[in-house]
Design a protein around this ligand. Structure first.
Ligand code: CP
Length: 331
């Protein structure tokens, strides 16, 4: 991989004017990966690599964002992303506010913009937002002064999940060029799939989308990916299989006859895995529906990097917060 910057986790000079990160990564918000260039992706991944090195230390903290305040504003449930952003911000020494929608004045009818502006008035520098409406973070970014990070918007994008998946692939496989990545499951409703597609194709991987015709429409070919409706055809040559959950909460119609039928045709079982490459890597963004899209012994088996993805999520989110915060002033 081409090196664009130094390891941000412990290089005090990494953010000085004239150094590579400022030249390549000049954005206040991270709203999607569609608009992020391959060079910017490499800068984020390289910084994440630096930050991951501090995870082995007894004090897993750097002062990079001391004096900054990060707020997590989640209008949808989350286990991994919200916690991961909060851990990342704390490891950068930022002050962190976890805003709970359920106990807030949102329940009294306060709008997204009024809520965000109220939070901003308290001196928040970066708002990390998850919302059930596609495009909500883009709207927010136009209406507040703070930096905005999209932590998942509807069925649109989940940029930091795409980044942490790319980081995990690079860490395990060492390169992207020519790497065969199969993304299996409910592509239609998946913001994770979209962010993965944008990141991986820009970095040189060959992406195949696998699933039933109803959940993997041909329109996705416009993104430069292969479409495959036969599971074994889609995964047999894959170096990486990224398995996605069936998002029943976003479905407005019947896309397949039953969960049992889906599992029979597209569930990743140990038997099916035996027909794929011996060093195939199994990924899943979570939450996992064991016994539906992935079997227990595959999720917990030797090919699985699911927990590693979670660990890497913290490093990637540290890199994102660090790079965004560095746009406005010297840190
Ligand atoms: N992968 C992911 O977004 O998980 P959460 O919904 O738990 O944040």
């Amino acid at each position: 991989m081409e090196r664009h910057t130094t390891s941000a986790g412990h290089d005090q000079n990494a953010n000085r004017p004239g150094r590579a990160p400022e030249k390549v990564f000049r954005r206040k918000h991270l709203l999607d990966l569609e608009s992020v260039s391959a060079d910017e992706l490499r800068v984020i991944l390289e910084n994440a690599r630096g930050f991951k090195e501090i995870f082995g230390r007894s004090i897993k903290k750097v002062p990079a964002l001391r004096g900054k305040t990060v707020c997590t504003l989640f209008y949808e449930n989350s286990t991994r992303t919200r916690t991961s952003f909060e851990v990342a911000a704390k490891r950068l020494s930022a002050d962190v506010i976890g805003f709970s929608i359920g106990t807030s004045s949102v329940a009294k009818g306060e709008t997204l913009i009024d809520t965000a502006r109220t939070i901003e008035a308290m001196g928040v520098d970066i708002i990390v937002m998850r919302h059930h409406q596609s495009g909500a973070p883009h709207l927010l970014a136009k209406r507040v002064e703070a930096g905005v990070v999209n932590a998942g918007d509807g069925t649109h994008e989940h940029p930091t999940q795409g980044l942490l998946d790319a980081f995990t692939i690079l860490e395990q496989k060492g390169h992207f060029e020519g790497l065969k990545v199969a993304i299996v499951g409910d592509i239609l409703h998946s913001r994770v799939a979209r962010s993965n597609i944008y990141a991986l194709t820009k970095l040189g991987a060959e992406v195949t989308l696998v699933g039933p015709t109803t959940l993997v429409p041909r329109t996705f070919e416009q993104f430069g990916v292969r479409i495959c409706h036969d599971l074994m055809d889609g995964i047999e040559k894959a170096d990486v299989i990224n398995i996605l959950r069936i998002q029943r909460e976003r479905m407005t119609a019947n896309y397949f006859p039953s969960i049992r039928e889906y599992r029979l045709l597209y569930g990743i079982t140990r038997e099916r895995l035996q027909a794929s490459k011996p060093d195939v890597m199994i990924m899943h963004p979570g939450p996992v529906n064991r016994g539906v899209e992935i079997d227990q012994d595959v999720a917990d088996g030797p090919h699985s990097v699911i927990n590693r993805q979670v660990t890497n999520g913290v490093a990637v989110r540290m890199a994102v917060l660090y790079l965004l915060a560095g746009q406005n002033e010297e840190i």
